[in-house]
Design a protein around this ligand. Structure first.
Ligand code: NAD
Length: 356
């Protein structure tokens, strides 16, 4: 049955396909940009320079220094670069770390952003920016950080190694899964969420089997876009809160953390969100949502234990305490001991807890 709901469409312009990077100059001109600063990570410096050359007179300079979790010190160096080359807009070419830097610059200066995502993290569709300073991560929600234009080019994702595609893809699935039980969810986002999960669950094993499978890479990027829209449109719950806490406290890698925690968070929320779980399971082609994700991660050879990605043995209680402080909405009330058990299972790489 369809109940009352509120639906707010965020402004979003998307150019999707193969070879679409060639639209970068026209997208910059479309929002009135004259001089663009290209942002990348050190690893993607060469891609950024090739894009800069293709931009011709629109290219003002490059800042290849983006890093995970958007540290304010890096943003300040990028701000200096922006001023020195007299840029009036930015082009963020990379994963969520690069997108985050573009957003941090937009928040401080109002520059327009063209975002060209090369992972499935999804930040490009959200008005949310997470920044870190002195080891503390803060999050702001402000429409000013939403990119003006986004180019998805499948060709850029071909270099994403299958193990990175796997964890980045399950990171995207997490957005859609939590959107299906969001307090402010709505029927349109639910459609996108289910289709996003279906596309990724279908494409990721095909990418693992044949990394240059263009059709699968296209389907995965399409699914990632749908999941990203879900992340930008509705509120997230326990799973995202846990990953935020674990990542920030123990400096764990973003996509891997999401991949490990998701089955456990879904098992925790299952009794309180049966309809959402049915839709997730259906999209996965599995009998159960939590087990379906666990099985997908296993088939993709992803790491299944937080202890294998750098979480210390004595971190479980600290993480459980942090997960229940600063109360936030979740379909199931936050129970410290059960959440501790959830984290302990994820730490050890056990399967999700059996249904209650
Ligand atoms: P990332 O951007 O840190 O990329 C991981 C590594 O992969 C980097 O070294 C990068 O250079 C490399 N890489 C990226 N694309 C590649 C490609 N196609 N081929 C080869 N190498 C490639 O990782 P991520 O998971 O995309 O982003 C994580 C960050 O994004 C975190 O800081 C997270 O908090 C943030 N994030 C924010 C939001 C939001 O809405 N604010 C949403 C999702 C993620």
């Amino acid at each position: 049955m369809i109940g009352n709901f509120c639906f707010e469409n965020l402004p979003c312009r998307v150019v999707f396909g193969s070879g679409t990077l060639s639209a970068a100059a026209s997208e910059i001109e479309r929002f009135g940009g004259k001089r663009a600063l290209v942002l990348t990570t050190p690893r993607q410096d060469d891609k950024g320079r090739r894009l800069g050359a293709a931009l011709g007179p629109l290219f003002a300079g490059i800042f290849p220094g983006a890093v995970m979790h958007t540290p304010v010190a890096v943003t300040e160096r990028a701000l200096t670069a922006l001023k020195e080359c007299n840029a009036d807009c930015v082009v963020a070419l990379g994963g969520g770390s690069t997108t985050g830097l573009g957003k941090a610059l937009a928040l401080r200066t109002g520059v327009n952003q063209l975002c060209i995502p090369t992972t499935y993290a999804g930040s490009e569709m959200t008005p949310v920016l997470g920044e870190t300073k002195d080891g503390l991560k803060t999050t702001v929600r402000n429409i000013a950080v939403l990119p003006e234009s986004v180019i998805y080019d499948v060709d850029l994702t071909l270099s994403l190694a299958p193990h990175l595609a796997a964890t980045s893809g399950i990171n995207a699935i997490a957005h859609a899964a939590e959107a299906l039980y969001a307090r402010d969810g709505n029927p349109v986002i639910a459609l996108m969420a289910e289709e996003g999960i279906r596309a990724l669950a279908h494409a990721l094993p095909a990418i693992a089997a044949k990394p240059d499978d263009r059709e699968a890479r296209t389907e995965a990027l399409y699914g990632a876009w749908l999941c990203a829209v879900c992340l930008g449109a509705v509120g997230m719950s326990l799973h995202h809160k846990l990953c935020h806490t674990l990542g920030g406290t123990f400096d764990l890698p973003h996509a891997e953390t999401h991949t490990i925690v998701l089955p456990h968070a879904l098992a925790y929320n299952a009794p309180a969100a049966p309809e959402a779980m049915q839709r997730i399971a259906r999209a996965l082609g599995a009998g159960d949502a939590a087990w379906g994700i666990h099985d997908l991660a296993r088939r993709l050879n992803a790491k299944l234990a937080l202890r294998d990605i750098g979480m210390p043995d004595d971190g479980i209680d600290q993480a459980a305490d942090l997960a229940v402080t600063n109360a936030y909405w979740n379909p199931r009330p936050l129970e410290r001991e059960t959440i501790r058990d959830l984290i302990a299972r994820a730490f050890a790489g056990e399967p999700p807890a059996p249904a209650e």
